[in-house]
Ligand binder design. Structure first.
Ligand SMILES: NC(=O)c1ccc[n+]([C@@H]2O[C@H](COP(=O)([O-])OP(=O)(O)OC[C@H]3O[C@@H](n4cnc5c(N)ncnc54)[C@H](OP(=O)(O)O)[C@@H]3O)[C@@H](O)[C@H]2O)c1
Length: 370
């Protein structure tokens, strides 16, 4: 009998991209599926092959959940906190696949990114690990981009600035940014076709955004025409949790004996999809740019080195070019004035694909096909 897989959080940002990928790859043919909801009980589930229930099931129904071979949750950490241990407590022995961060650092879980840690995943399955968690989006995208340097032990440390799109904060935030765009456009559209000076238009733009009441919004402030250099909650050492994850998760995924130091500032920007990252890398020793490019581009099938020219950068190294693709372009590769071991690079990746849904789809297939 085919395995029974339950999907929770399938209509959110990550979940809907996952569903799309599973459909496009005909993965639903390989298992039976059932769809759950936390808010739309007994509504209509998506139309996929081998679906066993014609309605949305209650995501809090432990009895039903405990009949599943695999649970895929893209619902967020609150749900995982509420349900995961209860299921374990009643003796559920199935596989739990999760997009949220809650279980990532758990000793009995593996952070999945199989182009990087396939052997650890395989070994973990053999040893009876049952919990597989997608990594932080920027961590996964960084590892896909710089895999060739990590796997050759060339990285001493990395300082990174991120430029993270609004969809990284979930569907609600994405809707809020689109609403900000609509609201501001309504306010400035007549001025655009008038003789108003550019400074007048800028004033109306800025005051429109500042006049919105953000108290009940998820973003808590304007993102249009703006950026927010703060993502996730604060840690005691001045980092945000998003910044803390960079080093913690990278070292867990790479299973390093000695920590590779990674730190920086994570910034929310008003692009809709894709996270970009600007890296300053200290190499362990001086190697040529040619060698660096060759190591990076031969590491996996999705990374692509972009030539360090304006045209190539404009056409290949930005969110709009990458959105909806599995491509991981990396460009602006150059040695820095600081010294021969110091390298800059800039990379873009769709955080909903390699940064979230794709590693989950791939671990689901690995478990189904084992
Ligand atoms: N977004 C990313 O780029 C990303 C990347 C890596 C990891 N993650 C992690 O993955 C988890 C899920 O993130 P997410 O960004 O997918 O969250 P999300 O878009 O906010 O979706 C989560 C849930 O919110 C409910 N929901 C409420 N209003 C909705 C609306 N208008 N449209 C769709 N769903 C709505 C849905 O649950 P019901 O159907 O049950 O109501 C949905 O499953 C989080 O733990 C997040 O940290 C996200």
């Amino acid at each position: 009998m085919k395995m029974l897989v339950g999907f929770i959080g399938w209509r959110g940002m990550v979940g809907s991209v996952l569903l799309d990928r599973l459909r496009k790859n005909n993965d639903f043919l390989n298992f039976r599926s059932v769809f759950f909801t936390t808010s739309q009980m007994y509504g209509t589930p998506p139309n996929v092959s081998n679906r066993v229930s014609s309605r949305l099931e209650d995501a809090y129904n432990l009895e039903y959940l405990s009949t599943l071979d695999i649970i895929v949750s893209c619902q967020g950490e609150k749900y995982t906190i509420q349900i995961y241990s209860k299921l374990k407590d009643i003796g559920w022995k199935g596989y739990w696949i999760d997009a949220s961060s809650y279980l990532r650092m758990n000793k009995k879980s593996i952070i999945v990114l199989d182009p990087i840690n396939f052997n650890d995943i395989k070994l973990g399955i053999e040893k009876g690990i049952k919990t597989f968690v997608g990594g932080n989006c920027t961590v996964s995208l960084m590892l896909m981009a710089l895999g060739g340097l990590f796997s050759n032990n060339l990285i001493d440390w990395i300082s990174v600035s991120t430029y993270q799109s609004v969809s990284g904060s979930g569907s609600q935030s994405m809707l809020e940014l689109l609403e900000q765009i609509g609201y501001v456009y309504k306010n400035i559209s007549t001025y655009l076709s008038s003789n108003a000076s550019i400074l007048e238009i800028e004033k109306i733009f800025t005051s429109s955004l500042n006049n919105i009441n953000y108290s009940s919004t998820k973003l808590k402030g304007p993102l249009l025409g703006n950026l927010i250099p703060w993502i996730d909650v604060s840690m005691q050492n001045g980092q945000t949790k998003e910044e803390w994850k960079g080093m913690a998760e990278t070292n867990k995924i790479l299973n390093t004996k000695q920590n590779i130091f990674i730190d920086g500032v994570c910034v929310r920007v008003p692009s809709l999809r894709c996270h970009s990252q600007s890296f300053t890398i200290k190499l362990c020793h001086d190697i040529s740019i040619k060698e660096i490019k060759s190591l990076i581009s031969s590491h996996n099938s999705w990374v692509k080195v972009v030539d360090n020219t304006f045209n190539d950068t404009m056409h290949e190294l930005n969110p709009l070019q990458v959105t909806g693709t599995l491509n991981i372009p990396i460009g602006r590769i150059k040695k820095l004035n600081i010294g021969k071991k110091y390298l800059s690079a800039f990379s873009v990746g769709d955080q909903l694909l390699w940064g979230a849904a794709e590693p989950l789809r791939r671990i689901l297939n690995i478990l189904i096909n084992q």
